[in-house]
Design a protein around this ligand. Structure first.
Ligand code: MSP
Length: 641
């Protein structure tokens, strides 16, 4: 038996730091469609996806939730795997950067680079973006902020190991300008002009300010920079640096790394440089796709502007969401998501075009021929265009998929679907059926339509999970596992059966209202988390607070209130009255004599008829409330800040 050619495709590995949205789903669904298409073309496909689980962001988030980093990522990874199951993703392997074999192999890689002299120890002082875990030079900043995420950067100094990235600049320049390594071409100019030609600096590849990472094998105080850890996944998943590297030998170099445009830099500069240093062949291609935007804005886990793929796929089916993602985004460019666009595409393309073609044709085949339709019958010149579209479709989609223009492949398939619908109207089978002498012509018309449906459905299989399978089932031809039969005449007889509606029609206005309600509820739910993590203040904002030490000199319960205590406070020479909602936690007697922290410059506010002139600071957790006090004695009126 001859060996099948291999095809290795990867998604980026997703940060295990929050729930995924339809933007992430896009990268994965695109790769899935390509992987399935290649399998049907006869390739031995290895499709890799996974999760990027180390780094300061994860450590911080886990801490905020009172979990260990491992507990935190384990919970998220479960949800991510569920999402890929729901979206019918056919990955070969799911790698986690916390997998033991990966961590060991990353240490092996780091060691090799160190032994080769491509990693050395030095001191770093620069601008650091905590969110992206990246150091930037002054010239790389955009308006003084991180060029990737736009957040403010901080000055940081760290002892660090460095990778000699600068040494590889000439080879990288050649790779990007003289080969097709990076696509689309527009991304090449960006990389060369903005990074290589501005002067590549050596890269800090270890961190000593947090612990959640793969330890540098020969220096306990450092963990390996998360991007070195993450990028290595593409080879460690195949066994590189481990005990069994058979898959590495078989599938590497990757045919394509599909990545979003904001991480093209890591994949087209840092990753090839590391591989060059390791003497490992380079991947054949890096493809930088665009972003799905919401009203022109980037969706992000931290903007609160997230569209939940669970909800959309749950409500409208996997095919609908896959179809939207695959068809609406011109591959390589940005696209926009809106509820309305999604719903219209479902009704127009899936329901009206594909669903209707199948439903009408099957119903007629049963009505006129009891479901038994064959190639016998009378063909005419009028069939030529439809037949040549059927026969030309595979070559067209092959070319589209070779160019990774997945949306064009879908356009081509739907062009055949629409042509077939038009063919029904042109040939008016209902008129032919009235005339017994036209039966042979009617038979051929039905046969041609069934052939169009069969070929279109076969080619749709890599993209969709439900519709084409139902259609092929009703045609009685079984599920093909290759495109061999994707041509006119490959099936000469059909016995069709009735099929349930493939895609139900949506009431767009009703759905729009319901989706709006769902997204409003989701935003309201996300609000507290957003405030905790996102609302940064400046030091000037902080200085606006007048915080003082105050002494409670008298205290009583407020009548008619279960919650409130009324305190009389001495603040230096001043006496103030403050009401606090702490009656459940402190008795008036316990309060008297305490030194507490008062926010002294809040506007007075009436509470149960009493004017409260400020607020006492308390800490709260799990229903427990305690007052804040100075750590040792100090006069009331002392300024806090
Ligand atoms: N962990 C890194 C990748 C390491 S790969 C060695 C990372 N993770 S991510 O979770 O932030 O993003 C993963 C992918 O999702 C990226 O390709 C990114 O572009 C993609 N998307 C995230 N939001 C997106 C959109 N709104 N639209 C399209 N893709 C987007 O980066």
């Amino acid at each position: 038996m001859t060996e099948r050619p291999t095809f290795y495709i990867t998604t980026p590995i997703y940060y295990a730091s929050g729930n995924l949205h339809i933007g992430h789903t896009y990268s994965t669904v695109v790769c899935d469609a390509i992987a399935r298409y290649k399998r049907m073309q006869g390739y031995d496909v290895f499709y890799l996806t996974g999760t990027d689980e180390h780094g300061q962001k994860v450590e911080d988030k886990a801490k905020a939730e009172g979990k260990t980093p491992k507990q935190f990522v384990d919970e998220l990874v479960g949800g991510i795997k569920d999402l890929w199951k729901l979206m019918d993703i056919s990955y070969t392997k799911f790698i986690r950067t916390t997998d033991y074999y990966h961590e060991k192999a990353v240490q092996y890689i780091f060691n090799r680079l160190y032994e080769k002299g491509d990693i050395y120890k030095s001191k770093y002082s620069g601008k650091y973006c905590k969110a992206c875990e990246a150091f930037w030079t002054e010239s790389q900043l955009v308006d003084g902020c991180c060029p990737d995420c736009g957040r403010p950067v901080e000055v940081a100094e760290e002892e660090s190991y460095f990778f000699r990235l600068s040494k590889y600049a000439p080879r990288l320049r050649k790779l990007l300008t003289e080969t097709d390594f990076l696509q689309p071409q527009s991304r090449v100019n960006e990389m060369v002009n903005n990074f290589i030609d501005k002067g590549l600096q050596d890269l800090a590849v270890s961190r000593s300010t947090f612990k959640w990472g793969v330890p540098v094998p020969f220096d306990d105080g450092h963990v390996i920079y998360v991007w070195i850890d993450a990028l290595s996944n593409y080879i460690t998943a195949l066994g590189y640096g481990g005990e069994d590297d058979a898959n590495f030998k078989k599938y590497w170099p990757a045919d394509v790394h599909v990545v979003g445009k904001e991480i093209v830099r890591f994949h087209s500069i840092i990753w090839p440089a590391i591989l060059m240093a390791l003497d490992v062949p380079l991947p054949k291609k890096v493809f930088g796709h665009g972003w799905i935007k919401l009203g022109g804005q980037k969706m992000g886990k931290s903007t609160g502007n997230v569209v939940d793929p669970y909800i959309l796929a749950g409500r409208y089916g996997v095919d609908a969401l896959r179809y939207f993602l695959l068809s609406e985004m011109p591959f390589g460019a940005d696209g926009d998501y809106s509820n309305e666009l999604l719903l219209k595409k479902i009704n127009y393309d899936l329901v009206n075009d594909f669903g209707n073609l199948v439903k009408r044709t099957l119903a007629m085949s049963r009505q006129y021929f009891g479901g038994k339709v064959s190639a016998a019958g009378e063909g005419t010149d009028a069939d030529g265009e439809l037949i040549s579209m059927i026969n030309g479709l595979l070559a067209a989609t092959d070319a589209d998929m070779d160019g990774l223009t997945v949306n064009k492949a879908l356009d081509d398939i739907f062009a055949l679907v629409r042509r077939a619908n038009k063919y029904i109207d042109e040939n008016a089978p209902w008129t032919l059926a009235k005339d017994e002498s036209r039966k042979p012509r009617l038979m051929r018309v039905m046969y041609n339509l069934l052939e169009a449906i069969r070929v279109a459905s076969t080619l749709l299989l890599p993209f969709f999970n439900v519709g084409p399978k139902k259609a092929l089932g009703a045609l009685g031809v079984g599920l093909p596992d290759s495109f061999d039969g994707a041509k006119y005449g490959a099936v000469s007889e059909y016995t069709t059966t009735e099929t349930e509606t493939i895609y139900p029609r949506l009431d767009i206005n009703k759905e729009l209202k319901e989706l709006e309600e769902i997204s409003r509820a989701a935003e309201a739910k996300a609000q507290p988390a957003k405030e905790e993590t996102m609302q940064m203040i400046t030091i000037d904002d902080f200085c606006k607070l007048d915080l003082r030490v105050a002494e409670v000199i008298a205290c009583e319960r407020v009548e008619k209130s279960e919650k409130l205590l009324k305190e009389t406070l001495k603040v230096g020479e001043e006496i103030r009255t403050v009401c606090s909602g702490i009656a459940k936690y402190y008795t008036p007697e316990e309060m008297v004599g305490k030194k507490v922290v008062l926010v002294a410059n809040l506007p007075p506010r009436k509470m149960c008829g009493i004017e409260s002139q400020g607020m006492l600071l308390c800490a709260e957790k799990d229903g427990k409330v305690v007052l804040l006090s100075p750590e040792s004695d100090i006069d009331s009126g002392a300024v806090i800040g």
